[in-house]
Design a protein around this ligand. Sequence first.
Ligand code: DGL
Length: 282
Amino acid sequence: MTIPHKDGHFFNIYNIVKEQPIGIFDSGVGGLTVAHAIKQILPGESIIYFGDTAHLPYGDKSAESIRYYSHRITEFLLEHNSKVVLVACNSASASAFDSLKKEFSEKTILFDVIDPVVDYVSTRNFSKIGVIGTKRTISSGTYEQKLREKSHDTEVVSLATPLLVPMIEEGFIFDDISNAIIRAYLSGESLSGIQALILGCTHYPIIKNQISKIFNFNIEVIDSARIVSIILRNTLEKKGLLNDSGRVKDQFFVSDYTTYFEKIARMFFEGEINLKKADIWS
Ligand code: DGL
């Protein structure tokens, strides 16, 4: 197995072997929704998760800052030998994925969370859909532009819902405060008549049930976790890189230690998780 060297000269997409782990990153706990789906759909894979809790939330940051963070985190995940780097964050997918592809596509297999969802939507015949996400994701116009290219006949309404990430990261879920905030955002006129709502932020599946309830469970609430995991599985299978050896070792890193991260990670991954602080910013 080729171990990438810190200076980068051994990284090469042609040297990848299936035993290497899948690298995943997000600003915080949101990407755990994707990591969780990966563990269900690709149970033989080991994951390395990086939550950039020191810079949370990404949704309020400039595209330049998010690109800078994403490049450094991708290097970190490569230093830990990741065969895949999955950008499990919509804000980073919208702001940094193109530049990550330019720099790293010869070194690792890259995935984002927006393109697979856009492809999925193009297989359905929705007349009107909504997209909710952070300010960064919505103001980038990435979903609207990509959906327009692939689903010409679908009307798309986008809405920034910036309070939802801090709310979730502060542990306000399944209570009156979170219900009131969710309702205030989603009961506006602009979303009336939608047949589906894209959760354009990987934190939002944590409150998926509360969101569905606002629409009386009458619309399809689409989150990227399962969709991305299935595409990742198919891709690895096709390339002969799907790990089914059964020797799994997951690692979780954060840039700033928070007990909440650990609590949510344990909720998703039951029992002991191996959480470490990685000081990649000093
Ligand atoms: N979970 C992320 C996303 O999908 C980041 C949210 C944030 O940090 O603002 O956009």
